[in-house]
Design a protein around this ligand. Structure first.
Ligand SMILES: NC(=O)c1ccc[n+]([C@@H]2O[C@H](COP(=O)([O-])OP(=O)(O)OC[C@H]3O[C@@H](n4cnc5c(N)ncnc54)[C@H](O)[C@@H]3O)[C@@H](O)[C@H]2O)c1
Length: 273
């Protein structure tokens, strides 16, 4: 996608040090936007900002914990003080756990809800306030197919990601008159550090069988979708949940024999990232 309409815009990317957020930082920067890389891993965020600056790009790093409301407010205030504007929030910071409902501990639940749901609320609210006051903005949040379909082992993660979809819709409706759009991405299985930690070998096998495209996605494939929703051209799209999942959510029974001539695979156990 062409990035000229992002030239000179200012984007905050939470979780920008790794995975999907990092790919979004690189794509936004290549499209001419100034980027604020906000991450709990401040050292990696700083190294990425320095690498982009060395290429003549505008980049800044902020270390924060999105589960703390005041740190999200500070992120937005610091961005406005430094750049004078905030056009785009790509909210990618998050954590995952694969644990069956009956084995989910209080600690698992509280960690996932506080980072993936409350942290999203704090960042979206801080950005939404600044953007609506200025009359323009694009908020893109990383939900998941796990927020749409009930995958094995995703009680806490799926509840947080499902809640994030409803936050997206409510904020989209409330901010619609202000020039701010709010959309969510629902990635399927994407090859990142999070998935390397979260997906067991069994999940990986089951998951791949359930994906019509028969492979995991890449962070860049998600970043392309994020950039479209973050661009001025996506001006009439708000409150939408865009699956970036190789057809996972669209699928029912997949008969690979018919498609490829390969022998039939055993019935998959559905799961979601
Ligand atoms: N990878 C997938 O398959 C997949 C699928 C669906 C949704 N997602 C979602 O996409 C987002 C990005 O995932 P990823 O795979 O790129 O993960 P990742 O682990 O590669 O990157 C996540 C980043 O978020 C940061 N982070 C975590 N907790 C934080 C906190 N409390 N405060 C600030 N920063 C924090 C981490 O330091 C890391 O840099 C997550 O919200 C995830 O749930 C990922």
């Amino acid at each position: 996608m062409g990035g000229s309409d992002l030239e000179g815009q200012i984007a905050v990317v939470t979780g920008g040090a790794s995975g999907i957020g990092r790919a979004a930082v690189e794509a936004l920067s290549a499209a001419g936007a100034g980027v604020v890389i906000a991450d709990r891993d401040g050292d990696t965020a700083q190294a990425l900002a320095a690498a982009l600056q060395a290429e003549g790009r505008s980049a800044h790093a902020i270390s924060l914990d999105i589960a703390k409301s005041t740190e999200c407010d500070h992120l937005v205030a610091d961005t406005l003080a430094r750049f004078g504007r905030l056009d785009i929030l790509i909210h990618s910071a998050g954590v995952g756990v694969e644990r069956r409902f009956l084995e989910t501990s209080d600690e698992d639940w509280e960690r996932l809800i506080s980072i993936d749901l409350s942290g999203s609320f704090y960042c979206m609210r801080a950005a939404g306030r600044a953007m609506s006051a200025r009359g323009y903005g694009r908020i893109v949040v990383l939900s998941s197919t796990a927020g749409v379909a009930g995958g094995t082992g995703r009680a806490a993660y799926g509840a947080a990601k499902g809640g994030l979809i409803m936050l997206t819709k409510v904020l989209a409706v409330e901010l619609a008159p202000t020039g701010v759009t709010v959309n969510a991405l629902a990635p399927g299985a994407i090859e990142t550090e999070l998935v390397a930690r979260m997906h067991s070998a069994e999940t990986r096998t089951n998951y791949t069988r359930s994906i019509p495209m028969d492979r995991y996605g890449t962070p860049a494939e998600v970043a392309h979708a994020a950039l479209f929703l973050a661009s001025p051209r996506a001006s009439y799209i708000t409150g939408h949940v865009l699956a970036v999942d190789g057809g996972f959510l669209a699928a029912g029974v997949i008969n690979r024999e018919a498609a490829t001539g390969a022998p039939p695979s055993p019935a998959p156990t559905r799961s979601t990232a």
